[in-house]
Design a protein around this ligand. Structure first.
Ligand SMILES: *[C@@H]1O[C@H](CO)[C@@H](O)[C@H](O)[C@H]1NC(C)=O
Ligand SMILES: *[C@@H]1O[C@H](CO)[C@@H](O)[C@H](O)[C@H]1NC(C)=O
Ligand SMILES: *[C@@H]1O[C@H](CO)[C@@H](O)[C@H](O)[C@H]1NC(C)=O
Length: 320
């Protein structure tokens, strides 16, 4: 009996991921467009479920796999009942807000926002629609203490591009300007798409990552816009990378639609992204959520590395 207990303990020990280590995926399915924030001892994870807004929380990154989950919001209003995509948690004026896209179930989609409290786990209520135009994947960009709403919209020719608008409140934004359009070959696999923007701040510099190409291709990947100073609303203030900065590797296809979070000790930035094991890429529920540390090159620019094989045990965020 004792021997059996000892044996089974020995057998499971090597497969246990100790506190401080983690492995991907953090969420195995319905995990497109993942977003993680860390605050006061908790990691919070959201991703696209399609029908509602759900949140998972845990004290460790690896713990998100078995974390506490709840539905944060579900809307029966017909114009925003359906196609609920890309939730992102942002703290604005001391309160957590979740920006997301939704529509009536057809092609028309709009960015919306719900407002919560001082913790992401607090209750949320509907606040408003961010944009009058077709808009998905909204995010916040802050430059010189000014907030901008950056999102994926449709240019006058219908091409899905990135737009930027000055924010006039947590739920309101001004006139849009074109920020980036898919023009290079790596951005036009399937068809041209620029979507899923997210701000990255480090060493006094600012970038926006974004996702390029159609999600239903293995070439779906991350591109990088570097802010060069000047008016953020001007396309000329930004330089686009000449190729993807993060792409398919080691059985992970179409890694993209990322966000970033800061480690508990504040010293590291982590990339959160989805990928699929379908070699054709995927836009569906077979996308899983992953995290990977961002490293920094000697010139101060980000090194996103390559998506590690599913199940690889890696050191977790510092200070966990
Ligand atoms: C993390 O995993 C490595 C192997 O990848 C192992 O050597 C190390 O002891 C683990 N750390 C903890 C805190 O369990
Ligand atoms: C992909 O992942 C799914 C879900 O985990 C699994 O059932 C399937 O066998 C995997 N396919 C491949 C090719 O690894
Ligand atoms: C990828 O697409 C091709 C062509 O449509 C299809 O034959 C194949 O089964 C697909 N593979 C997977 C893994 O879905």
């Amino acid at each position: 009996m004792i021997r059996n207990i000892l044996l089974s303990a020995l057998c499971i020990l090597p497969s246990l991921v100790s506190a401080g280590n983690y492995s991907n995926p953090l969420k195995a399915n319905n995990a497109g467009d993942p977003n993680i924030v860390y605050e006061n001892g908790w990691y919070y994870l959201m991703s696209t479920t399609g029908a509602d807004l759900q949140m998972t929380r845990a004290h460790t990154l690896d713990g998100l796999k078995q974390g506490e989950r709840k539905q944060v919001f579900k809307d029966s209003t017909p114009s925003r009942c359906c196609n609920v995509w890309a939730p992102e948690m942002h703290k604005v004026e001391g309160a957590w807000h979740i920006y997301y896209a939704a529509g009536a179930g057809g092609d028309e989609q709009h960015a919306h926002v719900i407002k919560g409290g001082s913790s992401p786990w607090d209750a949320f209520t509907y606040l408003g629609q961010m944009r009058p135009d077709w808009s998905i994947d909204g995010t916040l960009l802050t430059i010189a203490n000014k907030n901008y709403f950056v999102y994926s919209g449709r240019d006058t020719d219908g091409v899905q591009s990135l737009f930027i608008a000055p924010m006039t409140g947590a739920a309101t934004s001004g006139q849009r300007s074109l920020l980036a359009k898919p023009t290079q070959s790596w951005e036009t696999n399937g068809f041209g798409v620029n979507e899923g923007p997210f701000a990255l701040y480090h060493g006094g510099r600012t970038w926006l990552t974004f996702s390029a190409s159609f999600c239903g291709t293995a070439q779906y990947s991350l591109g990088l816009l570097t802010y060069n100073g000047g008016d953020p609303l001007q396309q000329g203030s930004w330089t686009k990378s000449n190729g993807p900065v993060f792409k398919s590797a080691d059985g992970n296809y179409g890694p993209g639609h990322n966000s970033f979070f800061t480690s508990p000790d504040g010293s590291q930035i982590w990339n959160v992204y989805h990928a699929t094991n379908n070699s054709n890429g995927s836009c569906g529920g077979d996308r899983y959520a992953n995290a990977l540390i961002v490293n920094w090159k000697s010139d101060g620019t980000p090194d996103f590395g390559v998506p590690p094989e599913v199940g690889a045990v890696l050191p977790g965020p510092k200070g966990e």
